[in-house]
Design a protein. Sequence first.
Length: 352
Amino acid sequence: MSEQRRGTHWLVGLAAFVIIIAGLKSASQIVVPFMLSVFIAIICAPFMATLRRYGLPTWLSILIVVLIVLVGIGSLAALVGSSMDNLSDQLPTYKQNFAKQMEALFSSLNGIGIHISDSRVQEYLDPSSLMKLFTKALTGLGSALTNIILVIMTVVFILFEVVELPKKLTLAVSDAEKSLSGVRSFVESVNRYLVIKTLVSILTGVMIAIWLWVIGVDFPILWGVCAFLLNFVPNIGSIIAAVPAVMLAFVQLGAFSAGLTAAGFAVVNLVIGNVIEPRYMGKGLGLSTLVVFLSLLLWGWVFGPVGMLLSIPLTIIVKLAFEANPRMHWLAVMIDSNTSAADTNKDKGEKK
């Protein structure tokens, strides 16, 4: 009987999951701006708390934070938009240069006895199609930010709510201290992850942009922004970000510069991913490669390009929620990439 109940419980849970995913996809036009607002608010909350500790009133702290966000998003949007327009204008020239570079490469290969069809390879490796794909993805992200007024207003209301949340929990819950402690622990974990990941991603984008500018690759700021955004996607994000920049370097400057571009991406991501990020974030927030891939597919299908960029932070938040709940801790262990880290987290939970 217990086995039947357990099976029914799993079936009901799976059905609820499918219904929730279908509902999120149907309401994606509303949910995506709200998700962006929540993530922006979580990242800005520590800075607002710092301003309040220095004696600034809540409304002034939020005003300063919102102005900084508006200036940052506006400047970034202007730079990326200008780069994308110039990139679209240069696509025919890049296509001609690509044909010349491939012709020279195949002539060298034919000289050593390796015969490859020039036209067939160029048919599959069309740089203009790849650039259009990235442009479309960035346009999809930009369309989510078109309702910038709605996003910023939601951020403001969330930040005001963050200030009042402890008082509301104290009044609403009988065992307020225990509930507040659990909520505070979960929020601090999510906040720490998002802030550190954002700072590390900014560092990645800046270093990539500087390296490409030194080499002489066109639109270094655009590729730096791509590296910043895709750094939120572990394992394969850096590879996806490197592909268009390497191809552009090959088309524009030749094979040697393309190799330098690829080497720059590899060095930056190895240093940041294996040295800097683990030092400040720890090794307990990893996800298995399978979970990363499935998260990209699921959230990308539900929310489009924005869902793919936010897929890993969303899954990390779900994992932190599982770790905070003793009954769901086994799910956090299953999706973790490091079993030793999972054992450590379990031991910490038992000590508490």
